[in-house]
Design a protein around this ligand. Structure first.
Ligand code: AMP
Length: 249
């Protein structure tokens, strides 16, 4: 079974977000970028399935600027076999990404698409669901466990009241939640080996997909800065402040 893993390059989640002065978006100039953490989890899970001989090949795909190549190399260093860059300098909305991924699925014919549940830059949580709908494939979202059966796949999903277990026919689209697995660090020899692994580049035009923007961002703002806290000297003072100043009691 071939597994296709879509990965997104995002602002490193450990760096502070700066909003552009004209409030048109987040300032990414010279910012440290990284693989979206949920995509890293998906890559790790695909590698574990391959190590367990339940997958034959892992193909990564990323849509974005030329620098998304670095993200693909990171995934190759973790253990994926080859990668595809869909090069585009446009803003790619989830529907456009889902259409691009659908075109890659039609070329690659994977038995499974394993992706992140959401990208931590835009927090859309839409691409997996849209891809499954466009393909007409079963979808398992927010998965925390996966078991490959002969012709199906059993997954556990984290839902409000507990855990839901579903059996899906393959091929299917799955989106990884935090507890699915912990991504490995790439070793230095694997980072070197990854430089030689195949990485194909194509464009949205090659795939016959229009990535025209349908949404406009009105404004992006920093969250309000937090007020400094104060120390109270007694419980009585705390209760008084909660009643009279915060008015929460
Ligand atoms: P989102 O719907 O934007 O929150 O993203 C959910 C998942 O879709 C991500 O974790 C990736 O697996 C995939 N994805 C989103 N954008 C891209 C992209 N530009 N290239 C490849 N995969 C993507």
């Amino acid at each position: 079974m071939k597994i296709l893993v879509p990965v997104k390059r995002v602002l490193d989640p450990y760096v502070k977000v700066r909003v552009k002065q004209d409030q048109s978006g987040v300032d990414l100039a010279n910012a440290k970028m990284a693989m979206n953490p949920f995509c890293e989890i998906a890559v790790e899970q695909a590698i574990r399935l391959k190590e367990a001989k339940q997958a034959s090949e892992i193909v990564l795909v990323s849509a974005g600027a030329q620098q998304a190549q670095e993200t693909l190399r990171t995934g190759l260093a973790m253990g994926a076999d080859r990668a595809i860059l869909i090069k585009s300098d446009s803003v790619l909305e989830p529907l456009a990404v889902a259409k691009l991924l659908k075109a890659v699925v039609e070329k690659e014919d994977p038995g499974l698409v394993l992706m992140g549940k959401q990208a931590v830059d835009d927090d859309n949580n839409q691409t997996g669901q849209m891809l499954a709908a466009l393909l007409g494939w079963p979808q398992g979202t927010f998965i925390s466990k996966i078991e490959v059966l002969d012709d199906a796949i059993q997954i556990t999903r984290e839902i409000d009241g507990g855990l839901e277990t579903l059996k899906l026919q393959r091929p299917a689209v799955l989106t990884a939640d935090l507890r699915l697995c912990e991504p490995r660090y790439a070793s230095l020899p694997n980072i070197m080996k990854a430089k030689k692994k195949p990485l194909d580049t194509m464009t949205p035009e090659d795939l016959g997909v229009s990535v025209e923007q349908r949404l406009t961002i009105q404004k992006v703002e920093e969250p309000p800065t937090r007020q400094a806290g104060i120390k109270v000297s007694s419980v009585a003072e705390l209760v008084e402040k909660l009643q009279k100043e915060a008015k929460v009691l």
